[in-house]
Design a binder for this molecule. Structure first.
Ligand SMILES: NC(=O)c1ccc[n+]([C@@H]2O[C@H](COP(=O)([O-])OP(=O)(O)OC[C@H]3O[C@@H](n4cnc5c(N)ncnc54)[C@H](O)[C@@H]3O)[C@@H](O)[C@H]2O)c1
Length: 266
């Protein structure tokens, strides 16, 4: 539960904010006094967010991998709320195929959304931030832990871990902090497919010392902390929030998909 008003008077943009981790974070920022521009590719899914969060939010449909869309998102914060303090580059997509079988268009799309998207938000949001600004990017446990059939995703998230180092280095002199969060398995729309494959969640849990997967709110807790002034000396780092899963091994999702296909199931 929110403890205070850490975002009173502050304005944030959140990408991928219509669902999962982004939505949980938008709710947290608003609950703690912030105003939020919520962006998402899925325009329909933004309507209930606007209804739920009311005057504290503006919703903007767009694609994080399109530079003009990212500029519109940032402009909405300035036009509607007059400032920008926090940017959460969270939108992301998955992909499951061995490197040898991965279509180049899928490789490019994953990198465009998961890595170029955060780069574009850092580029355009940081121009309008002053001292005390905070940028958070959603990386993944897969930034540091490889998974079979997850090459494009793992590479995109490992890229994010370096992106926040360079951005933290370049923006630090302006008093702007840049960090990444690295969630382990979280139950969201993105992972419903994985949860539907028998054994995937069980194998993750078996390989997670805390013995469970996470809720979106548990990731929002870390994002809100990093976005807040409480994290004033934290920048340029990847922060795992994974129940210590990085100490063990990632589940073989592709192997389970192939088992199902061998049994004639879609
Ligand atoms: N769920 C997990 O287990 C998990 C674990 C580690 C990292 N992550 C990362 O967390 C982030 C959020 O994922 P989630 O689990 O909340 O998924 P989600 O599917 O619930 O939410 C992602 C949102 O991003 C939006 N989106 C997708 N592509 C977009 C684009 N090109 N432009 C704008 N919006 C776009 C989707 O419409 C969706 O609303 C992603 O970056 C994901 O890689 C998730």
């Amino acid at each position: 539960m929110p403890q205070n008003e850490r975002f009173a008077g502050k304005v944030a943009v959140v990408t991928g904010g219509a669902s999962g981790i982004g939505l949980a974070t938008a709710r947290r920022l608003v609950a703690e006094g912030g105003r939020v521009v919520v962006g998402d590719l899925n325009a329909d899914a933004l309507d209930p967010v606007a209804q739920e969060l009311g005057d504290a939010v503006v919703t903007v449909a767009g694609d994080v991998s399109a530079e003009a869309d990212v500029e519109r998102l940032v402009a909405a914060a300035l036009d509607r709320f007059g400032r920008l303090d926090v940017a959460f580059a969270n939108a992301g997509i998955g992909s499951v195929a061995r490197l040898a079988d991965l279509d180049i268009s899928e490789w490019s799309r994953v990198l465009d959304v998961n890595l170029t998207g955060p780069y574009l938000l850092i580029k355009h949001a940081s121009k309008h931030m002053g001292e005390g600004g905070s940028i958070v990017v959603t990386a993944s446990l897969n930034a540091v832990q490889a998974g079979i059939g997850m090459g494009a995703y793992c590479v995109s998230k490992a890229g994010v871990a370096m992106l926040v180092q360079v951005a933290g280095l370049e923006l630090g002199p302006r008093g702007i902090r840049v960090n990444a969060v690295g969630p382990g398995l979280v139950r969201t729309n993105l992972t419903e497919g994985a949860f539907a494959i028998p054994g995937v969640a069980d194998e993750y849990v078996e390989n997670t010392p805390l013995g469970r997967y996470a809720s979106p709110d548990e990731i929002a807790n870390l994002v809100a902390f990093l976005a807040s002034d409480e994290a004033g000396y934290i920048s340029g780092s990847l922060h795992l929030v994974d129940g210590a899963a990085h100490t063990m091994r990632y589940p073989d999702i592709l192997g389970k998909v192939e088992d199902l296909m061998a049994q004639g199931q879609p």
